[in-house]
Design a protein around this ligand. Structure first.
Ligand code: GTP
Length: 598
């Protein structure tokens, strides 16, 4: 396809503003699929994505559109993930486009997530076409939303397209705007091959499928290619595009988006952002901006039934086939047995993997408290230790200082909930950086320790604001903090799965909270069960579960005093034995419930 007939664009939208519905409409309008095939939303193709209504993996579709100028254009729609956990994937998809549709719900207006993605898009020098969607809704206020786009984002919104993806209004206008306003890609077909690896996934029939955007040169079937970052070589055995059904092509030229396969077994061999070049005639330098993705949140996953360990391992291997961004390694816990320490890009990523293990692989799991990666500066210049698991925290004596990751969060919230959101941020050790008002809503910028966000910040934010607050964040580096390891002891035994790293100022309230919860969750035993939270040797919170008292003297009718005393003594002995030999039974639900902070 000649360069001037190509348009590559993505759709930026806040969750639920109608991105998928619009994408489906565009596919339908350009004839990619019949009405019957459209019955299911096409771009959200994983079951969980569909159920949760969120896009996880980027997909792409090639559309042929005959424009009003009589020419036929090739439009490549790159779908982007809609969540902060997948920010890097968003960034790579955006780098493969020249423009974006900014979809804003006519009744909801601009949200924090939208902002973050728009700014990324602007950074990529994109031409942005605002689309005000859902104008069919009675609550739609397109003029107010236009003003928001101008005031908050700073984009002209005069020629925003008014649309309803649901009822098909404005679809032609959108397609025309793509052709007229989004620039054609540039590139040189004669130069050495340079293509960006935008995404990859495992397909049971095709093996690893790689989504590419060719910058310069030509990518052909039968070509020996080289991944410049990974340093590996492969033979291309298929080249094609999605319409959204697979169509095989002979080659992809500059400006084109499509897929290749090259007999690659695992997605972990294909790093998003890598540059693909010709092995025999390589490009002089790789594309800029490559970044290795690192898990930022870790937790332990243990099978409820110890016999499921092998099954859990196999399932994790299978999931990793398709998602190189999560990691796992074996872990043992005195309380929970054999399991895995797993790393994720964020909490949502964690939840998705956990949910897939439960649902698709039918596993009952216990998840330990999520933890961020701490940097421990060891005493006596012994270097820095990366801590993924609170259980591995060295003795206080061996630690010079502890650093934790911080984020900058942008929160968008209607006025009436502002007070409680500020309090939430303050309670989470937040540092307020900025507060502005735009059309009845506040935009707040806070610096927060990531550790305070991974527990339940997002849930709290949503519940406090009755769903109206939106939230986005990026990491801003490590800072020293007064962080300590808090152990939880049940019947004087530390329960490793419940230990966590907390800020000293919060240790007591967290500890008390945990003890209170466990007290309700652990059933009574024949003996007293103390529950303690401790830092080092110092107990900071304590609860006691009273013993079950079998009323053994009841039968004696108050009569024989000696017999009564004997019975009581016997019972006492029994208690002692139990405490000595018997262990406390902590039900699995107690772990799950206790770890759900809030
Ligand atoms: P993510 O995939 O999570 O980013 O969500 P999305 O932006 O793709 O939203 P989606 O297309 O799934 O739409 C969210 C909801 O809004 C669905 O219930 C749609 O039916 C509805 N919706 C989308 N477009 C319109 C519209 O133009 N009018 C009305 N009334 N509803 C719409």
């Amino acid at each position: 396809t000649p360069l001037d007939k190509i348009r590559n664009f993505s759709i930026i939208a806040h969750i639920d503003h109608g991105k998928s519905t619009l994408a489906d409409r565009l596919i339908q309008r350009t004839g990619g699929l019949s009405d019957r095939e459209m019955s299911a939303q096409v771009l959200d193709n994983m079951e969980i994505e569909k159920e949760r209504g969120i896009t996880i993996k980027a997909q792409t579709v090639r559309l042929d559109y005959k424009a009003s100028d009589g020419e036929t254009y090739t439009l490549n729609l790159m779908d982007t993930p809609g969540h902060v956990d997948f920010a890097y994937e968003v960034s790579r998809s955006l780098a493969a486009c020249e423009g974006a549709l900014l979809v804003v719900d006519a009744a909801q207006g601009v949200e924090a997530q939208t902002l973050a993605n728009v700014y990324q898009s602007i950074e990529h020098d994109h031409e942005i076409v605002p689309v005000i969607n859902k104008i069919d809704l009675p609550a739609a206020e397109p003029d107010k939303v236009k003003a928001e786009i101008e005031d908050i984002i700073g984009l002209p919104a005069d020629d925003a397209v008014l649309a309803s993806a649901k009822s098909g209004i404005g679809i032609d206008d959108i397609l025309e705007s793509i052709v007229k306003r989004i620039p054609a890609p540039k590139g040189d077909a004669a130069a050495p091959l340079k293509a960006m690896l935008v995404d990859s996934w495992y397909d049971p029939y095709l093996g690893v499928v790689i989504l590419v955007r060719v910058i310069d040169g030509v990518l052909k079937k039968g070509q020996q290619i080289k991944f410049m970052q990974a340093g590996t070589q492969h033979l291309v055995d298929r080249v094609g595009c999605f319409r959204p059904k697979i169509e095989q092509l002979g080659e992809l030229g500059p400006g084109e988006v499509g897929f290749i396969t090259a007999q690659i077994k695992e997605v972990s061999q294909t790093a998003v952002g890598d540059t693909i070049t010709d092995a025999k005639k390589p490009a002089a330098e790789a594309l800029p901006g490559f970044k290795e993705v690192q898990p930022v949140v870790f937790c332990g996953l243990f099978p409820v039934d110890a016999n499921d360990f092998e099954k859990l391992r196999d399932s994790l291997y299978k999931l990793r086939l398709n998602d190189a961004s999560f990691s796992f390694e074996m872990e043992t816990s005195a309380a929970l047995g054999f399991g895995f320490r797993c790393g994720f890009l964020g909490l949502l990523h964690l939840e998705i993997i956990q949910e897939r293990l439960t649902r698709e692989y039918d596993l009952d799991l216990i998840t330990t408290a999520p933890s961020v990666v701490y940097h421990i500066n060891l005493a006596h210049n012994q270097g820095v230790q990366e801590l993924h698991n609170p259980a591995d925290m060295p003795d206080a004596m061996k630690i010079a200082s502890v650093e934790e990751p911080w984020i900058e969060a942008t929160i968008y919230v209607p006025d009436e909930h502002l007070g409680s959101i500020l309090k939430l941020c303050q309670d989470r050790r937040g540092i307020q950086k900025n507060l502005t008002y735009v059309s009845g809503r506040a935009q707040i910028t806070y610096e927060l320790p990531l550790n305070e966000v991974v527990f339940d910040f997002y849930d709290r934010l949503k519940s406090i604001s009755r769903g109206y607050a939106s939230f986005d964040y990026h990491q801003i580096g490590y800072r020293e903090g007064d962080l300590v390891k808090m152990n939880v002891l049940v019947n004087n035994e530390p329960v490793d799965a419940l230990s966590m790293i907390v800020h000293r100022s919060q240790a007591e309230s967290r500890g008390r909270h945990m003890c209170e919860r466990l007290k309700d969750l652990i059933p009574r035993h024949m003996f007293k069960v103390p529950i303690q939270a401790a830092i080092g040797g110092k107990v900071i919170a304590r609860e006691t579960i009273a013993a079950l008292r079998k009323d053994v003297t009841a039968k004696c009718y108050g009569g024989d005093a000696t017999r009564k005393r004997k019975l009581l003594e016997k019972q006492k002995e029994g208690k002692k034995r139990m405490r000595e030999y018997g262990s406390v039974q902590i039900p699995q639900e107690a772990f799950i419930a206790a770890l759900r902070m809030g």
